[in-house]
Ligand binder design. Structure first.
Ligand code: HEM
Length: 427
């Protein structure tokens, strides 16, 4: 509960879970998974038992096949609201037997990221039908325009910038405005609130107020779309050929809009900024891409695999006793999938620790998850990464870090890995 007595909506709780530092901190190469995860894998194998800082235990899953199995089997439940995740317990709750006395997360009607079948099926189906080829093509053109506008503003302001605040955060935020049909006049407010929920310098009260403000914003948007539908996704859910049948409630629509923002903003922003950092730190790979720009699609997949920004999750809870990698997982236990490790599994990729943009393009990585919750926005994310990275390196051919790499602040304390800031220079 917040100081205001209001419950935090699911989806805004992106800060660090009670994971011990050795499995979140990165020493040495910032792009490599935390060393402690490798040690656990060597000691216990790809299904390792880990004691959390709150005293509870989780299973950390580091093998490709095992993560694939967890995400592909819905007996590993995603319902972190009705079930108790070890990650959400206080030390007092763990000492009292591991059950939450009272949920401090509230799942409302349309939070399908935290739903199991059959609840999840209905919302996923209506939403999938909205991510149409036609809509994605139209967005492609807007992503180009937004990218150009952001780069124009960066160049007009001088020869240095923080790539996170000036490019990586606003690009996906504005693209989500396009997708949801946020009117131009309201975009600054939308972006500002959204940035506050993601800014680690925000106090919990500020983040909570911004999050609740965004929900109200989304509610007003839904009301507006009901009376004046447009070409956007929210309008498409409300009316037209692909509208949901039976109709969605206002709360479901608000939750869907909020879920898209929650799932698509922080992930894409960090993937963009971290990709730039990784390419600047691997000049041979950047040179290979520049020598053959048609490699961009393969490069994006390789960056998704190599960087795997969702670094502490997806999370699941065993709904019954289940066997995974030869280990019995008792019902009720929490599993945390380590995508950075799974995507560097030596059984799957030759020389997996190497960023290699010349690998054949492969979407077999798990950066977008797998199974029924696999990322709905992955095509859009790919478009943003392809257009954003291409334009950035074309427009600023001598782009470089403005501080030593060791001084770039890493987001090891967040569910989505990346950089808090990326000071860059050019010209
Ligand atoms: C590089 C950027 C992105 C990454 C790495 C990413 C990653 C993921 C992952 C790992 C999941 C699965 C979560 C789970 O199984 O619990 C997921 C789900 C989802 N993503 Fe993305 N995502 C990205 C961008 C986007 C964008 C741009 C959007 C929308 C505009 C989006 C919308 C969603 C939604 C709605 C889900 C939930 C699907 C469901 O529960 O059925 N994502 N994403």
């Amino acid at each position: 509960m917040s100081a205001t007595g209001q419950k935090a909506p699911v989806g805004y709780n992106t800060a660090r879970r009670p994971l011990p530092p050795e499995i979140v901190e990165r020493s040495g190469c910032p792009f490599d998974p935390p060393a402690g995860r490798g040690e656990l894998q060597r000691e216990q194998g790809p299904v390792a038992r880990v004691r959390l800082l709150n005293g509870a235990h989780i299973w950390l899953i580091t093998g490709y096949d095992e993560v694939h199995q967890v995400l592909g089997d819905d007996r590993f439940s995603v319902d972190l609201v009705r079930r108790t995740s070890a990650m959400h317990l206080t030390p007092e709750q763990v000492a009292a037997g591991g059950r939450r006395a009272q949920l401090d997360l509230e799942r409302t009607d349309g939070m399908f990221l935290f739903m199991d079948p059959p609840e999840h099926d209905r919302l996923r189906k209506v939403l999938t039908s909205q991510f149409t080829v036609k809509r994605m093509r139209a967005l492609d053109a807007r992503v180009r325009e937004i990218t150009t506008e952001l780069l124009d503003a960066m160049q007009a302001a001088g020869t240095t910038a923080d790539l996170v605040t000036d490019f990586a955060l606003p690009l996906p935020s504005l693209v989500i405005c396009e997708l949801l049909g946020v009117p131009y006049a309201d975009r600054a407010e939308f972006q500002e609130r959204s940035a506050i929920t993601l800014n680690t310098n925000s106090t919990p009260e500020q983040a909570m107020a911004a999050g609740l403000g965004l929900r109200q914003f989304m509610r007003d948007l839904v009301v507006a779309k009901r009376s004046h539908p447009g070409e956007d996704l929210l309008s498409g859910l409300i009316s037209g050929e692909l509208a949901a049948d039976p109709p969605l409630t206002d709360t479901e629509l608000v939750d869907i809009g909020t879920a898209i923002l929650g799932a698509g903003h922080e992930t894409t922003a960090n993937m963009l900024a971290l990709s730039v950092f990784a390419l600047l730190e691997n000049p041979d790979q950047l040179a290979a891409l520049r020598a053959d720009p048609s490699r961009i699609d393969a490069t994006v997949e390789e960056l998704l695999r190599y960087l795997s920004v969702p670094h502490t999750g997806p999370t699941r809870i065993a709904s019954e006793d289940l066997i995974l990698g030869g280990v019995t997982i008792p019902a009720g236990d929490t599993l945390v999938c380590s995508l950075p490790n799974a995507n560097r599994d030596e059984r799957r990729w030759p020389d997996p620790a190497q960023l290699d943009v010349t690998r054949p393009r492969s979407t077999a990585h798990l950066a977008f998850g797998y199974g029924i919750h696999q990322c709905l926005g992955q095509q859009l994310a790919r478009v943003e990464l392809r257009i954003g990275l291409t334009a950035l390196f074309e427009r600023l051919p001598d782009l470089r870090l403005a501080v030593p790499a060791a001084e770039i602040p890493l987001r090891t304390d967040m569910v989505i890995f990346g950089v808090h800031a990326l000071p860059v220079a050019w010209g």
